[in-house]
Design a protein around this ligand. Structure first.
Ligand code: SF4
Ligand code: SF4
Length: 402
């Protein structure tokens, strides 16, 4: 296994981390036996970082991870989990959530504790709740060791958060299609320049860069100078960046675990040759042809006086056509844009066609027209129903007393 060093504490972490967001399922529930087997298989082969969060698998992920780390496995890994803003209703809930996590994970401390999924609204909420003070106290009490945050917002907010605290690490979405989305390459380099370890999530964009490839992308891989699976190409591209500390892969199949471990051994920083990088560039272009809106996520059109998060709407719309997964796209749309998680709506249906944004867009996108298409494809009655179902499921799982 290849190990990379966390600049602020010297931890040597495996380049591959085990993400417990997509554990194997048996019907509607996690297949515990198989999940434990896979987590231990990864640890036995050198993985020493495991990541979870309260909402993963409706609260079951941390519990299963806790069981997987019995029998001496806890001492072999650094455990990461998160404080999830949308599950917190008042500041006291932070303490309750952490206590419950320690209980579920069957441990007395969490090695890497992250504010979860920050963007502008959640960052504001966490500041109002006094989250930084809470984290520092938890650190002083020995309940957590390192502070970090995971991120899904825009680059400006990302830099603001980095500068606001002495974080050890951050976790960002990063892959060869998202160089300019969210934190992107600029954020990766900024975090590394501030000596933060950078953990990468969604290296394969939820699997859409590894499965059901567009025909043209598959042909480019087939003609490449080296034969690799699409997953291996995608992961190698992320590991090629020296600023990346580790890559989290949500593995749920034994073969996947073995293949990713094998790739991690040789995917060193700056190890890809120019011809290999050209392959990736061409594949990325093949994916980009599927995009419905040529939005680069530059944010010049923002803010919208009516609250529409324009780039995020276009991102969700494009994601649907890249992944081909309408259900997942609608789920993300209702959670992030229709106010499922933040309570603040920012979806395409809010557009009043005032035209303020149009003149600011360097891509000359007819933004109001495209937003109408987004609202028609992703919004509507199905989305309203999905939002109601999501809110009902969340109401059933507030932070419970340990
Ligand atoms: S046209 Fe629509 S999206 Fe653009 S600024 Fe006006 S309301 Fe906002
Ligand atoms: S200005 Fe244009 S390209 Fe930039 S984020 Fe807005 S819509 Fe996208």
């Amino acid at each position: 296994m290849q190990y990379r060093t966390v600049p602020k504490n010297g931890d040597k972490l495996s380049a591959l981390g085990f993400g417990c967001m997509r554990l194997p399922m048996k019907g509607q529930v996690v297949d515990e036996e198989r999940a434990i087997k896979q987590i231990r298989l990864a640890i036995d082969n050198g993985v020493n970082y495991v990541d979870s969060a309260p909402p993963y698998h409706m609260g079951e992920s941390e519990k299963v991870l806790g069981k997987a780390l019995l029998d001496g496995y806890r001492g072999k890994v650094k455990v990461a989990t998160k404080l999830t803003p949308f599950m917190l209703h008042k500041p006291e809930d932070m303490e309750k959530m952490l206590a419950l996590q320690l209980q579920k994970l069957q441990t007395d401390h969490i090695d890497y504790y992250l504010l979860h999924g920050l963007e502008a609204e959640f960052w504001k909420k966490m500041q109002t709740f006094g989250a930084l003070k809470f984290l520092k106290k938890a650190q002083a009490d020995g309940k957590i060791v390192n502070m970090g945050f995971s991120f899904h917002g825009s680059i400006g907010v990302f830099k603001e958060i980095i500068d606001a605290n002495d974080w050890t690490m951050c976790q960002i979405q990063y892959n060869f299609l998202d160089e300019k989305l969210q934190a992107g390459t600029e954020g990766l380099k900024y975090a590394a320049s501030k000596k933060l370890a950078v953990m990468v999530m969604e290296p394969l964009r939820g699997g859409s860069l590894a499965n059901r490839l567009p025909k043209e992308a598959q042909q480019i891989y087939d003609n490449a100078p080296v034969k690799r699976s699409a997953a291996e190409w995608g992961l190698r591209w992320v590991w090629n960046h020296p600023e990346v500390t580790l890559v989290l892969s949500g593995m749920n199949d034994e073969c996947q675990v073995t293949e990713n471990i094998k790739t991690a051994e040789t995917a060193l920083p700056n190890s890809m040759k120019p011809a290999e990088l050209t392959v990736i560039k061409n594949v990325a272009n093949a994916y980009r042809k599927l995009l419905k809106v040529p939005c680069t996520g530059c944010q010049y059109c923002m803010p919208c006086p009516n609250g529409v998060n324009i780039p995020r709407n276009f991102q969700a719309y494009n994601d649907m056509y890249i992944s081909g997964d309408e259900q997942q796209a609608r789920g993300m749309y209702t959670m992030f844009l229709m106010g499922g998680l933040t309570g603040v709506r920012a979806d395409a249906a809010l557009c009043k066609e005032c035209g303020t944004c149009v003149v600011r867009c360097p891509q000359q996108i007819n933004i109001p027209q495209k937003l109408k298409e987004v609202a028609k494809d992703l919004g509507g009655a199905k989305a309203e129903a999905a939002l109601a179902a999501f809110k009902a499921s969340m109401a059933k799982q507030p932070p419970k007393k340990p």
